[in-house]
Design a protein around this ligand. Structure first.
Ligand code: GDP
Length: 426
């Protein structure tokens, strides 16, 4: 099955390439499904009419293929790009998620420590609700305070659990384009890092370490990413040095170094060493587009203002706001390219290979059945031919026997006639 890539739709963000690829592969699998379903119907029909042509294994495989393709189609519709945020408590993970969503979706700040995993994804129905692990119940969420209240009152929640927060797709571009954002409890509060990775991160396309620009990378933060990279080959990791606005306004902190540039240089070197030398997940050149200095709080504030119809920078701003805002946008651009590429590769490559194998196997079985039916047809034709020859021979024999008999009878009649006429004349 071949399908042309249509070029008529405009792509404005790399995330849309994922959406387009998903649409195309979905359409291909819908075609495969109808082909497999038709083949399975026909095979069942042939089996009813000629029970000895198809063996039970072949019949079972063809029916199984139909289920498999249906399964892949279902997984495909649920496939999304996933980004997971980690870091120590209060580094600003929830604020970064909110800034990227452009709205206060997750509760953040004092008294709102995220004590379980929260996955924000687009809601198909347009309603905002949450679903806790192991439950199908949709709890309506009208606002961020409502969500905070609901999370605080979920007694059974623990740090290993995952709560799905479904948020209207039309409110955030990332959600519309099928990105799921996972906020985590602080890496400093758990001894269960392995379980976290196995349960919630193994399928993440991108990891974002939200670090505090006012301090250096902590051992707990580094440990977590060492574990991630031992379980996944070359994970995509971004490091956000958050609260960059605070360090800009912190003369005591800056006094130790001469300028913010120097602080930046030192953070950059350490973070680069961590990604390149310790984790070995990227090259030094790549690291420069993986490490950013941002203020999630400022970006969130500005975007909330913008939503209200006010200008981006209408609030009281710390020095260097526009540069930090632009750096956040640069992070988002790099992030979008990276997550879209990674998700297409990990999710769709696998599906398309499965699809190809399935069709190949199915073709092989159909070929075997076809060849067997041809053999059986030829055998039957041979049998018919032999019967025909026998019949011909019998027919010939009968003709010659009949002719012989006829001659003999004629002869006998002639003899009798002769004898009678002789007797009469005597
Ligand atoms: P989390 O525990 O990592 O999810 O951290 P939160 O997102 O809840 O943030 C903790 C506190 O830090 C909140 O009061 C935020 O408003 C504040 N915060 C987050 N990002 C920034 C930032 O870039 N600059 C400043 N000054 N404060 C921030």
């Amino acid at each position: 099955i071949s399908r042309n890539v249509s070029t008529d739709e405009q792509i404005s963000s790399p995330l849309q390439i994922f959406g387009k690829a998903k649409k195309q592969i979905n359409e291909i699998f819908v075609d495969i499904l109808s082909y497999v379903a038709e083949a399975s119907e026909r095979i069942k029909d042939v089996n009813d009419k000629c029970p000895n042509v198809i063996n039970t294994n072949e019949l079972k495989s063809i029916i199984d293929y139909e289920f498999k393709v249906k399964g892949i189609c279902e997984v495909l519709t649920r496939d999304h790009m996933k980004v997971a945020f980690f870091g120590r408590t209060s580094n600003g993970k929830s604020t970064v998620v909110n800034a990227m969503l452009g709205d206060k979706v997750l509760p953040s700040g004092i008294g709102h420590t995220t004590n379980c995993f929260l996955q924000v994804e687009g809601s198909q129905s347009g309603e905002a609700y949450l679903v806790t692990e192991g439950s199908n119940e949709k709890q309506n969420v009208e606002s961020v305070s409502h969500l905070a209240h609901a999370l605080n009152h979920e007694k059974q929640l623990n740090e290993k659990e995952l709560v799905h927060v479904y948020w209207p797709k039309d409110r955030c571009v990332l959600l519309r384009d099928d990105v799921a954002l996972v906020d985590s409890p602080g890496v400093d509060v758990t001894p269960h890092l392995d379980d976290w990775i196995d349960n919630h991160c193994i399928d993440a396309d991108v990891f974002v370490l939200v670090a505090n620009a006012e301090s250096t990378l902590m051992v707990t933060e580094k440990n977590f990413f060492h574990k991630v990279s031992s379980k996944l080959s070359k994970p995509n990791i971004f490091i956000l040095n958050n609260r960059w606005d605070a360090s800009a306004n912190e003369p005591e902190f800056l006094d130790q170094f001469n300028s913010q540039d120097q602080v930046r240089k030192q953070h950059m070197e350490r973070a680069t060493d961590f990604l390149v030398k310790e984790l070995k997940v990227c090259t030094t050149e790549e690291a420069s587009s993986r490490i950013f200095f941002i203020s999630a709080k400022e970006v969130l504030q500005a975007r909330v203002q913008e939503r209200k119809g006010l200008s981006l920078n209408s609030g009281a701003l710390a020095e260097g706001f526009s540069t930090r805002y632009m750096e956040f946008e640069e992070f988002e651009r790099r992030f979008e390219e990276c997550i879209s590429k990674s998700a297409i590769k990990t999710k769709f490559l696998n599906h398309s290979q499965q699809g190809k194998h399935l069709i190949k196997d199915m073709l092989k079985i159909m070929d075997t059945i076809y060849n067997r039916s041809q053999e059986q047809k030829n055998l039957k034709l041979n049998e018919i031919k032999k019967c025909q020859e026998k019949l011909n021979y019998t027919e010939q024999s009968l003709i010659s026997i009949t002719n012989e008999m006829k001659m003999k009878i004629h002869q006998m009649v002639d003899d009798v006639e002769d004898k009678v006429s002789k007797a009469l004349s005597d």
